[in-house]
Design a protein around this ligand. Structure first.
Ligand code: NDP
Length: 392
């Protein structure tokens, strides 16, 4: 138990602050810091317990070091943007602070989605006796833990993995993204890669799709195959996987808007010159789109995210599905945010709890599936993301 600093006061940061505040015996002191302190203050004012706020630029390492030296937290929960991962890791190393995030580092100029930059910190974290837990959101995060749980309890060997992320929610806006628009659009416009027979195969973005019937009457949705970062660590940590794919649902309306925006150049990440000033079209687009955190009160419906896993158990072929269904309005009632931020923020809190209680504490840099899945799976049931396993 101890003190935690949450960096990032967007949709996810709000949920993490709410959920940590619910566990006062573990998160004894909470500081919510971000670039814009007013956003931290707005979140803190929703929470009954005292949550201190601060302003910090997470890309400025000396500033971060001064901040962490003054606050002396046990750990940082990084729910700012993927661009800030490495600077926050540097400041953690310099100040003896443990680290957790929900998205892998990405350089601004290319949408790469690779763990290599963060895996490079392994020796340094280990030497410093510090832990960095990578990808403790839902996907990556819970989907990795589902895989580890299945490999541990359900199979002798896992062979095929399909991660299916369906958002059956409707916010009633003509076009909006459920989490940071810049990151979301970079993800969906990047070429698709999936794992097959020992290597990643590339196909054009959104070129493979199918219809998917969600369980428990969530509905039927079109899901599109795309690259998602957990495929990299999962295929490395579970080398028996012969095939691994990630699928996400998108509405026709979302895809039509995206196609037009792409055709007119608004999703570009290369800077252009406008009236003598460099601007990045995608960053400008983000500025005119609704804030994901503003969608909370508007969004109705459910998310359904889970893994279909095939493999061999006691000499026989077996196929299972582990999933969670989360209701946007229920989330809003509990923590004033929609289910996308909720399904990311709750696992971030649980990952931090695992580190704080010592359950998962190990020096080095780890992807979440390298940890014992059992206590995390129990906590998902306790803290708002109950899961179901069925045999298919
Ligand atoms: P938002 O854009 O809503 O919030 C990001 C926050 O980070 C904002 O408060 C922003 O501040 C702050 N920030 C940005 N740059 C800096 C900086 N240099 N210094 C300090 N603070 C900064 O994003 P979300 O809450 O939707 O997402 C947060 C993270 O969660 C992202 O990394 C995203 O990729 C990840 N995510 C992971 C998921 C998963 O399942 N694993 C799912 C969804 C999201 P300001 O307001 O001033 O811009």
């Amino acid at each position: 138990k101890g003190k935690v600093i949450i960096i990032g006061a967007g949709g996810v940061g709000g949920v993490v602050a709410h959920k940590c505040a619910q566990l006062s015996d573990i998160f004894e002191e909470i500081v919510l810091a971000s670039r814009t302190e007013s956003k931290c203050k707005a979140i803190a004012s929703q929470i009954k317990r005292a949550v201190r706020t601060a302003s910090v630029d997470a890309e400025n390492v000396p500033e971060l070091i001064r901040f962490l030296e003054k606050e002396k937290p046990f750990m940082v929960i990084n729910v700012a943007l993927p661009y800030q991962d490495l600077t926050i890791m540097d400041a953690c190393l310099a100040t003896g602070t443990h680290y957790l995030d929900t998205a892998n580092y990405e350089p601004r100029e290319t949408a790469k989605f690779e763990y290599k930059w963060q895996w490079d910190y392994k020796a340094r974290f280990k030497k410093a006796g510090l832990m960095a837990l990578l990808g403790s959101g839902f996907d990556p995060g819970v989907t990795n833990v589902y895989t580890a749980y299945a490999a541990k309890h359900e199979f002798d060997e896992i062979h095929e993995l399909d991660i299916i992320d369906v958002n059956g929610g409707d916010h009633g806006q003509p076009f909006a993204t459920n989490f940071n628009p810049e990151i979301n659009i970079r993800e969906v416009t990047a070429p698709c890669r999936h794992w097959e027979e020992g290597s990643f195969k590339e196909t054009p973005p959104m070129s493979v799709s199918r219809s998917y019937d969600c369980p428990e009457s969530v509905g039927t949705y079109n899901i599109y195959r795309m690259y998602h970062e957990e495929l990299e660590s999962l295929t490395k940590n579970f080398p028996t996987l012969k095939k691994a794919q990630f699928w996400m649902s998108f509405s026709k309306n979302y895809l039509n808007h995206l196609e037009v925006l792409q055709n007119v150049g608004m999703t570009g990440i290369e800077p252009i010159l406008y009236k003598g000033k460099e601007i990045v079209p995608l960053q400008f687009l983000k500025a005119v789109l609704p804030e994901p955190s503003s969608l909370g009160p508007l969004t109705q419906g459910k998310t359904c995210i889970g893994n279909i896993i095939k493999g061999v158990h006691k000499g026989k072929e077996k196929k299972i599905y582990i999933y969670n269904i989360c209701d946007h309005q229920e989330c809003y009632k509990e923590v004033q945010s929609q289910a996308i931020s909720y399904t990311t923020g709750v696992p971030a809190m649980i990952g931090a709890k695992m580190m704080m209680t010592g359950e998962w504490m190990r020096p080095g840099v780890f992807n979440i599936e390298q940890m014992n899945p059992d206590p995390f799976m129990n906590d998902l049931n306790r803290y708002g993301l109950p899961w179901t396993k069925i045999n298919l």
